[in-house]
Design a protein around this ligand. Structure first.
Ligand SMILES: Cc1cc2nc3c(=O)[nH]c(=O)nc-3n(C[C@H](O)[C@H](O)[C@H](O)COP(=O)(O)OP(=O)(O)OC[C@H]3O[C@@H](n4cnc5c(N)ncnc54)[C@H](O)[C@@H]3O)c2cc1C
Length: 392
């Protein structure tokens, strides 16, 4: 069954958004309501990414939404954040697809690419005609990507890449992979390469048996003697800072996305609690313990909304630091995961079924808690910022 989403604006924050921002939110919310909500439980159950929605999302300007030119929508960072929020209200898997395409594939091409690379790839990625993935994590190196063992060796006017990447969103459906590798003759400096996925020696295999992000493709990549022209090097990449800049963009979007998942869980729990009767024919919403849970969620979601809006405005003003984004990702994903668990609890036995979105959000958010810097890695990033002492 499920309930029609009512939105959540306890603090009257809508008055802080511009008309354009509210329009972007409405457009995305309508898309989620019409196209994602009706199919998402089935996609999740079947472990299927709804690829048929890619070109529609492209038409709506969701890919590379906060980039300028090349067919991108040129949205502000707050507008982009609202797109992420609404998409994740539908499902974290759909939001993950858009995050990867935008922040982890289009952003590095836009920021580190040559004019030729930008002209070749960005318009096709903006429409969704082409799909991209981002290969940083390896089987042995997740939180510590600097340890990566993937290499790129220069030979005349080519690079030859060898290595393994793991947990790569959209890996097996991508036309192009941004592969991060240590370059042999540059003292193992990390650089980014555009690797067309039909090159000999490039293979992708999907991860099966996931209980999380089931409506998203997650793959392992093998690069065995993959030859790419020297022109496929992203020329302005240099060192681990380059992929970390991409992660910063993605984490910003995730911090908004998590609010969407939490809003969905809260809204479901509130409507359910007012309808479900236990003891003396009273709705469970009349019990103090249930009210305390609803109040916790409402408070935390409101605080997260304020945080993201503020950080979004800082980003639009060019004043945001990576530490602000770490704090927001860490806080908002934590509160969303807690909200999902609490709302699942309020729904009782019904909460474990896919008649309601709470448990799907909960399982999805376990991945969101882990990827793009785990909760604890963001604690360490913030600890280092505050003390000046790295404690990894
Ligand atoms: C669904 C999904 C999609 C993903 N998509 C992508 C993608 O598109 N591209 C990509 O490159 N990667 C992707 N990832 C990988 C993701 O970024 C990594 O999983 C993440 O960085 C954590 O690495 P790990 O899983 O190896 O965990 P580990 O690094 O092994 O960490 C395991 C645990 O140890 C803790 N830990 C690690 N180091 C420390 C420390 N110094 N101090 C205290 N605790 C520590 C962590 O917090 C965590 O709790 C994806 C992951 C998932 C689950």
């Amino acid at each position: 069954m499920g309930f029609k989403f009512q939105g959540f604006d306890f603090l009257h924050l809508d008055s802080s958004f511009t008309e354009d921002e509210l329009l972007v939110r409405k457009t995305t919310r309508d898309f989620v309501e019409d196209k994602i909500v009706p199919i998402i439980e089935e996609c999740f159950r079947d472990g299927r990414f709804p690829r048929e929605l890619v070109s529609q999302m492209g038409q709506l300007g969701f890919f590379g939404a906060n980039l300028q030119g090349y067919g991108c929508a040129g949205m502000s960072n707050v507008e982009y954040g609202l797109v992420m929020q609404e998409l994740e209200r539908g499902d974290s898997g759909l939001r993950s697809f858009v995050s990867v395409q935008s922040a982890l594939v289009m952003y590095p091409i836009y920021t580190f690419g040559s004019d030729e690379q930008k002209n070749t790839w960005l318009p096709a990625l903006a429409t969704g005609e082409k799909i991209g993935c981002f290969g940083l994590t390896e089987p042995g190196f997740g939180s510590n990507p600097g340890g990566m063992t993937t290499t790129a060796r220069k030979s005349d006017d080519e690079y030859i890449l060898d290595g393994e990447k793991m947990w790569i969103t959209s890996g097996s459906i991508a036309d192009v992979a941004i592969i991060w590798a240590k370059v042999d003759d540059e003292d193992d400096r990390v650089r980014g390469f555009l690797v067309e996925t039909d090159r000999p020696g490039f293979t992708a295999h999907d991860v099966h048996g996931k209980w999380s992000l089931r409506a998203s493709v997650t793959s392992g990549l093998t690069l065995q003697d993959v030859h790419v022209p020297a022109a496929n090097l992203l020329p302005s990449t240099g060192g681990l800072k380059s992929p970390l800049m991409c992660l910063n963009q993605a984490r910003y979007g995730i911090s908004w996305g998590a609010i969407g998942a939490a809003m969905s869980c809260y809204d479901t729990a509130l409507q359910y609690a007012k309808m479900r009767k236990q003891f003396r024919g009273q709705p469970i919403a009349s019990h103090q313990l249930i009210q305390e849970k609803l109040v916790w969620m409402a408070s935390e979601i409101s605080k997260a909304q304020l945080l993201s809006l503020h950080v979004g405005r800082l980003k639009d003003a060019g004043k945001v630091g990576h530490q602000h984004i770490s704090l927001t990702k860490r806080n908002n994903v934590w509160m969303a995961l807690e909200s999902a668990r609490i709302s699942r609890d309020i729904l009782g036995a019904n909460g474990i079924t896919d008649d309601y979105p709470c448990m799907r959000h909960m399982m999805n958010l376990e991945s969101v808690n882990t990827y793009e810097g785990t909760h604890d890695i963001h604690t360490l990033i913030l600890g280092q910022h505050l003390t000046g002492i790295p404690a990894y």
